[in-house]
Design a protein around this ligand. Sequence first.
Ligand SMILES: Cc1ncc(COP(=O)(O)O)c(C=O)c1O
Length: 384
Amino acid sequence: MAFNFDSCPERAGTDSTKWHRYANRDVIPSWIADMDFESPPAVVEAVKARAAHGVFGYPAQRDEVFASIVKYMKRRHGWDIRPEWITFMCSLVPGIHAAIRCATKPGETVVTSSPAYPPFLTAPTISERTSIKLEMVFENGRWTYDWAKLEVACAQSSSRVLLLCNPYNPLARVFEREELERLAAIAKKYDLTVCSDEIHCDLILDPKAKHTVFAALNDDAAARTVTLMAASKTYNIAGLTCGFAIISDAGLRTRFRRILQGMSLDQNVFGLAATQAAFDHGEEWRIACVDYLRGNLELIEKELKDMPGVVLRQRPQSSFLAWLDVSALGFEDPHAEFEKGGAGLSNGTDFGGVGHVRLNFGCPRSRLQEILNRMKKVVAKAKK
Ligand SMILES: Cc1ncc(COP(=O)(O)O)c(C=O)c1O
């Protein structure tokens, strides 16, 4: 079946966070991480069928939904999980908070990294935990950890949790097995709980890269890890609010669930239907979508040749987000300059990356071209 990613429905005026920000301005939104594409036909049909039922009482998680997730993890990632390891949530951010709270006391330390998806930076503070934000380093053509500094941070007597973004937003790294094994060894040595956010794991753009589920590395990693996943990024259903944690260790799972209890964090009936349809019937669409995103990435690389001072250090290996170093342009507030020029990018400072912006390329190619054209005009005006 052919899918048309070149055109997509109008999103302005559709309760979209991404589009609402620029409702009355000529700025193309290219910030928050959802795509402009229509979800897979099977997902749209499942949601329509659920809506047609007309009764929207409290949801229950049927065995079939658990079975879909179990099957998908095996098929996509070779990971054997059991249904009882799964905890549904309305989205993954509460899972990041719960993982921190269930494994630390106030004042204890969470080891995280920078630049990072903003909740990785803010969640420890919100819970009155301290955090160590390790700068990721660019070495041998790839973004990775500063291993010596990571070990020092994890060795601190107050360190309890390691937050891992696998694949990594915003650097779009797909970590190699050897890097994850190194992380797992450090977590074991210093007895840390690992929160592995793997929401971007099904959009792997680099044909040579392979996603490795951190908890599937070995028994020790499994026992100390909260894995966060969802169909939301890959199948573009973030607005249906459905994510889940997978935790094999019964003690850790009980502590995690206790934190979430009473916090009104259930998913809704549409999210369940969409997740099941995406995992059961979305594969052809997913492959086509990855292929389209690869084409978009090629366009970005071509256009960046005409944007001196805009640097994409490493070709994104995953997802639809490009982390751009624009510090050489000499702008005090690069995000504001691009916005004034009509390109609504994410502000790098929100991710701990001063002098950077993040470009969301999950959109039709013609729209991406227009965003890049606008960016080029802004770059041409920079003093440098
Ligand atoms: C790494 C990561 N985790 C979680 C989320 C958000 O997940 P949710 O919408 O399920 O809270 C995002 C969204 O961009 C993300 O990049």
